[in-house]
Design a protein around this ligand. Structure first.
Ligand code: NAI
Length: 327
């Protein structure tokens, strides 16, 4: 097994003052990396600010003989992101990897929700990932090397009660990674996204909201997860994707209960209609089970043109073979 090391490498971990980010930062420093421990230090909802969280993690790293600096800027603004990257370059001379981990949490159903809450979550998760990626990009492009690790969530990719804003922001992060992986690959910048599952103040916040029935279900499942809800169980995945050992891009990976797995957007084999005339609603209804059925096969296109190529590789039925068609 090859040792994964970060000697002579500089890694920015956003939101590294607690939870998952702290665990990532400690591990990368232990493996020889210089770490920028960024954290705004406010509440889980994203109010207020403090230097205490980032400072405590930097102390842990330096007490153990590692190298780290603290940064307290917000990822939610372009100027904050620029300052985080400037701090890295000023202290350590370069940036090799960025783990976009910072996040806030507010819970509400659509009916209870406010635009302010929606915008607060978009600003940190989605815009924050955008601002940070944009700020590190020229440095990585110039050196022909970079690793970007984004953070999505099962609440965004699968859906979860009361998490409309959070889910929308996290699904947006997935989309950002999809495109940046195309733009980064020619420059040696690889982009992947992780979907962790860990106890943290954020999951405490989410469970405060959860309705009693869901809470009952969760309390039956969580003991079965044993230790695997500790943030350390997602550290290996984040560290691997942030390292030079990782050579793949455009991937999404879930860390859940000790199981690491690929998550993808798949397209079923579907039903092939004519390419000369549009299918009617009745034809769609007639073939809807087939359209939905993943058991016929699933494709994982990584670009619009890959989807076209998949479709065009199938023969198209001539009109006379069509059934239904609104008769
Ligand atoms: P956490 O609340 O312990 O960590 C998030 C950190 O981000 C906090 O320390 C916070 O101060 C910081 N932060 C918030 N706004 C910031 C800003 N504008 N600029 C800089 N830092 C800011 O929560 P946790 O669970 O460790 O979350 C880490 C990431 O993992 C988040 O992106 C979260 O959405 C994601 N995630 C967590 C899951 C879990 O099960 N814990 C599940 C799926 C995703």
């Amino acid at each position: 097994m090859t040792d994964i090391r970060f000697d002579n490498q500089v890694v920015i971990v956003t939101g590294a003052g607690g939870g998952l980010g702290r665990a990532y930062a400690l591990d990368i420093a232990k493996r020889g990396g210089c770490v920028v421990v960024n954290d705004l230090g406010g509440t889980v909802e994203g109010h207020d600010a403090s230097s205490a969280l980032a400072d405590a993690v930097v102390k842990e790293i330096t007490d153990a003989g590692g190298r780290a600096i603290a940064n307290y800027d917000s990822v939610a603004t372009a100027s904050g992101a620029e300052s985080i990257v400037t701090a890295a370059v000023t202290a350590f001379g370069r940036v090799d990897a960025l783990i976009n981990n910072a996040g806030n949490m507010r819970m509400a159903t659509l009916e209870e929700s406010t635009q302010e809450d929606f915008e607060a979550l978009l600003a940190v998760h989605l815009l924050g990932s955008y601002h940070m990626s944009k700020a590190v990009w020229p440095h990585m492009k110039q050196q022909g090397y970079g690793r970007l690790v984004f953070t999505a969530s099962s609440a965004g990719m699968f859906g979860n009660q009361g998490q409309a804003f959070y889910g929308a922001a996290k699904a947006g992060v997935f989309g950002l990674m999809n495109t940046l992986s195309h733009e980064g690959e020619p420059h040696g910048i690889l982009c992947n996204v992780i979907m962790p599952n860990a106890f943290s103040r954020m999951t405490d916040k989410a469970s405060e909201y959860t309705d009693p029935e869901a809470l009952k279900r969760a309390s039956a499942i969580l003991p079965l997860m044993q230790n695997s809800m500790q943030p350390e169980f997602s550290v290996g995945l984040a560290g691997y994707l942030a390292s030079d050992i990782c050579t793949t891009t455009h991937g999404a990976y879930s860390s859940c209960g000790g199981r690491i797995a690929r998550v993808f957007v798949g397209v079923t084999e579907g039903w092939q209609g004519s390419r000369e005339e549009p299918a009617s609603a009745e034809e769609i209804a007639q073939h809807f089970d087939l359209i939905r059925d993943p058991k016929q096969g699933v494709h994982i296109p990584l670009s619009p043109s890959e989807e076209y190529r998949t479709v065009l590789s199938k023969s198209t039925p001539v009109c006379s073979e069509r059934q239904g068609g609104g008769e």
